[in-house]
Design a protein around this ligand. Structure first.
Ligand code: F6R
Length: 356
């Protein structure tokens, strides 16, 4: 680990560590969202599938960097959708699924065994099944069945670097109601602006993403989100810290953490941990009060807390602005640690062993 983060302003070091170009993939989030939305919008499907009032439930199934698209979609639709939205991360399609259930099976590679298992079950139960991938077995199966498939570009270096495509491909689908096209376009523009502010060329002194990475240093991040909109963002930060920076990380959500986690902090237990608090102006007013009190209590128990704030006015902008910040922070942290952010050798090896 390079001390103080000054190394982040050295382009030759950044290029030497970020060998597969994760920073430029991260910066493309806005463009991906635009493209994914268009692809989801143009997916041809039977008429009743395209009517949001006609699903008895919505299921989004997928794992890891693809599965998080389901968490994002649920957070965005929760306050609007008439039907229950379930995120399925595992081998089983929920038992309540019927032929009127809209099931998205999302896997960027198209080869994830849990997603393929859910696809088989959704087909067997004649659900309204939409596959979302950039190829792989999932696309082959969907094509063979003449199913509805959202075919994503295969140019992202890793599934977790394809989140804009994945979320856009699902929320663009006509059978969902939110968000509207203007909101998507405004979000993509905002993400382009933010990427320009946080890219490697912008020096530490005016680059929030580099600043947060240097502040975290060698400590273990604990990411706090707030109920609803920022739950998936806290999880995304944690996962990106694991996969990009290759460090352990944890996440929790207010108000729930006020009912358990707060009891665990003391000068002894807080050693080596740093809290990132994700904030947005649409928090429930009591959550905002809880944040203030919780931060005060945590600080007096020896935890250092740093707040970061969402940008934009719509839920989509707020959610994605903080996703983008976490993507940059975790990539800069990898660079500070001298670790190439892109490859994930341990999880690749695990998949390989399971395949044998
Ligand atoms: C790798 C990554 C992983 C994968 C997961 C599922 O970048 O983020 O978490 O997303 O192993 O694979 P896919 O997304 O191809 O279904």
């Amino acid at each position: 680990m390079t001390k103080g983060g000054a190394a982040l302003d050295d382009p030759s070091r950044t290029a030497a560590v970020d060998r597969s170009g994760m920073l430029s993939a991260v910066a493309g989030l806005g463009g991906q969202l635009r493209r994914g939305w268009d692809l989801g919008r143009s997916a041809a499907c039977p008429r009743e599938w395209g009517d949001p009032q006609r699903h008895d439930a919505i299921v989004v199934a997928g794992m890891g960097g693809s599965g998080i698209a389901g968490d994002v979609v649920r957070a965005l639709l929760r306050d609007h959708a008439r039907s229950c939205i379930e995120v399925s991360k595992g081998y089983a399609l929920p038992a309540f699924s019927t032929p009127e259930t809209l099931v998205f099976v999302v896997s960027y590679s198209g080869d994830t065994e849990e997603a393929l298992a859910v696809y088989e079950q959704a087909q067997a139960r004649r659900c309204r099944t939409v596959t979302v991938s950039a190829g792989g077995r999932l696309r082959e199966l969907a094509e063979a069945a003449h199913g509805v498939h959202v075919d994503l570009p295969a140019d992202a270096p890793m599934p977790r670097a394809a989140l804009g495509y994945l979320v856009g491909g699902v929320v663009g689908f006509r059978g969902l109601m939110e968000p509207d096209p203007q909101e998507v376009a405004a979000t993509a523009r905002l993400l382009d602006e933010l990427a320009a502010r946080w890219e490697a060329r912008e020096p530490m002194g005016r680059n929030e993403a580099k600043g947060v990475a240097a502040w975290l240093g060698e400590r273990t991040p604990l990411v706090w989100g707030s109920e609803g909109l920022l739950e998936p963002v806290a999880l995304r930060w944690k996962n990106q810290m694991n996969e990009n920076a290759k460090i352990p990380a944890f996440w929790s959500v207010l108000p729930e953490l006020d009912h358990n986690e707060v009891e665990g902090w003391s000068p002894d237990t807080a050693k080596g941990v740093a809290v990132i608090a994700l904030r947005h102006p649409g928090e429930h007013p009591r959550v905002a009060e809880r944040f203030a009190l919780t931060i005060e209590l945590a600080s007096s128990a020896g935890l250092e807390v740093r707040e970061v704030h969402a940008e934009g006015s719509s839920p989509l902008e707020r959610l994605f602005s903080l996703v983008l910040l976490g993507d940059f922070v975790s990539t800069y942290l990898a660079i500070l640690r001298g670790v190439d952010p892109t490859p994930v050798p341990v999880l690749t090896d695990l998949k390989e062993r399971l395949r044998r």
